[in-house]
Design a protein around this ligand. Structure first.
Ligand code: ASP
Ligand code: MG
Length: 404
């Protein structure tokens, strides 16, 4: 069987008019002889509305009921897609995840798919039907509905592609693919033709909004190739694939910037063993993700400054934990929310020396001050003042020859 998985994001099924268009796209693949499995997200805004309702009811809404509630949006969009496919002459029906079932493991709100039972869907495909499967949801060992975290319908599609051994997994969205950087920040941003899982994972984790990071991890582990393309215009999108399938002459594949980082500096901390651990222990115990860290020491009075970043929505909790921490002494706590993490990403930097220098020199030429630095094998991130985001992206995009 030549199976293709087509996944539609919230904007692509955002109105009944758009759903009609989506049905035509699905029909197009069926006409080409593919056995089509559709996975859909909820109509845009639907999930947010449901989350808001849960908050109106309780600020401590029961997590298993929360999953029943917020996964409801997918039921609506799937029924509408199937209904439209029926209308234009195709055999189709909706499938809730528990009807298949799609089995998950883990906590409510952030479960992961462990197994998909194939039998019913394969039989349905063989009978000539087009199954339309709810993304984002699954069912656990207690027969309760679970969800995969915000944006989780990408993971549903990828795991369907894996379990049904699909020839293709196409993620339809409201942009034409993955760009060298967010086109809203830089007009010169270019569509990337091919990108590796690792690069895509970094891009998504560092602020590119196209796909959910967990789902890219699923794709990488299961070697599922993904096409990302627009449901609005019929153009070639971006292929996310294994590294060795990529031939490229560029060092850097993409740039990202964030708007939700905050920087804290503890001034005048004692410079002795164990201090950094004492600073970060309560943060880790409270699930606060510390991202970038620098420590600067002055030799004179055996004191050091520790600077680190956290996500802005965890800033107040972080400040509270630092202030309550009896194990550390410091002279001052300085907080800055007007910062952005700019990153350059590319597998090419593994084999190309001098990338770090080029990045720093480019920013220096634009008189942009670097506050914190962090690096990994395929990315370099710097923290800068938010007001310099566009200037920095433009300069780096040019320096690493992404403009053409
Ligand atoms: N509807 C869910 C959400 O908004 C899942 C998804 O869109 O992928 O997070
Ligand atoms: Mg979505």
């Amino acid at each position: 069987m030549k199976i293709v998985v087509l996944k539609f994001g919230g904007t692509s099924v955002g109105t009944t008019e758009r759903i009609k268009k989506v049905a035509n796209i699905i029909a197009g693949y069926a006409k080409k002889g593919f056995k089509v499995i559709v996975v859909s997200s909820a109509m845009s805004g639907a999930t947010n509305d449901l989350i808001k309702k849960s908050r109106d009811i309780s600020n401590d809404f029961n997590s298993s009921e929360y999953d029943v509630l917020v996964s409801a949006g997918e039921q609506i969009s799937c029924a509408l897609i199937s209904g439209r496919l029926n209308h234009i002459g195709y055999k189709s029906r909706s499938w809730m995840s528990w009807q298949i079932p799609i089995l998950t493991k883990g906590e409510y709100c952030s479960s992961r798919i462990s197994k998909i039972n194939k039998k019913k869907i394969i039989d349905y495909l063989k009978s000539g039907g087009i199954p339309v499967i709810t993304g984002f949801q699954g069912v656990n060992n207690d027969s309760r509905i679970t969800t995969l975290g915000r944006g989780g319908s990408d993971a549903s599609a990828i795991m369907c592609a894996k379990f049904f051994n699909a020839k293709k997994c196409i993620i339809f969205t409201d942009v034409e693919g993955v760009y060298t950087t967010d086109p809203n920040n830089l007009k010169k941003a270019k569509k990337i033709k091919v990108i590796s899982y690792e690069e895509m994972l970094e891009m998504a984790s560092l602020g590119a909004k196209v796909m959910q990071p967990n789902s890219i991890q699923d794709a990488r582990l299961n070697r599922v190739e993904i096409d990302v393309k627009s449901s609005f215009v019929n153009k070639k999108g971006t292929l996310i694939t294994k590294r060795k399938n990529i031939l490229r002459n560029r060092t850097i594949t993409g740039l990202t910037s964030t708007k939700n980082d905050a920087k804290l500096t503890l001034v005048g901390v004692k410079d002795k063993p164990g201090v950094a651990a004492s600073v970060f222990r309560p943060l880790s115990q409270n699930q606060i993700n510390v991202d970038m860290v620098v420590q600067t020491s002055s030799t004179q009075n055996r004191e050091t400054d520790i600077t680190f970043t956290v996500k802005s929505d965890e800033l107040s909790k972080t400040i509270r934990l630092v202030k309550q921490n009896k194990k550390i002494k410091y002279r001052d706590l300085i907080v800055n929310k007007d910062v952005s993490k700019i990153s350059i990403i590319g597998v090419g930097m593994i084999t190309t020396p001098g990338v770090t220098y080029r990045m720093f020199q480019t920013l220096a030429n634009k008189r942009i001050n670097i506050l914190v630095i962090s690096t990994s094998e395929i990315k370099i991130s710097v923290l800068i003042n938010k007001k310099n985001i566009k200037k920095a992206l433009a300069a780096l995009h040019k320096e690493f020859k992404l403009n053409s």
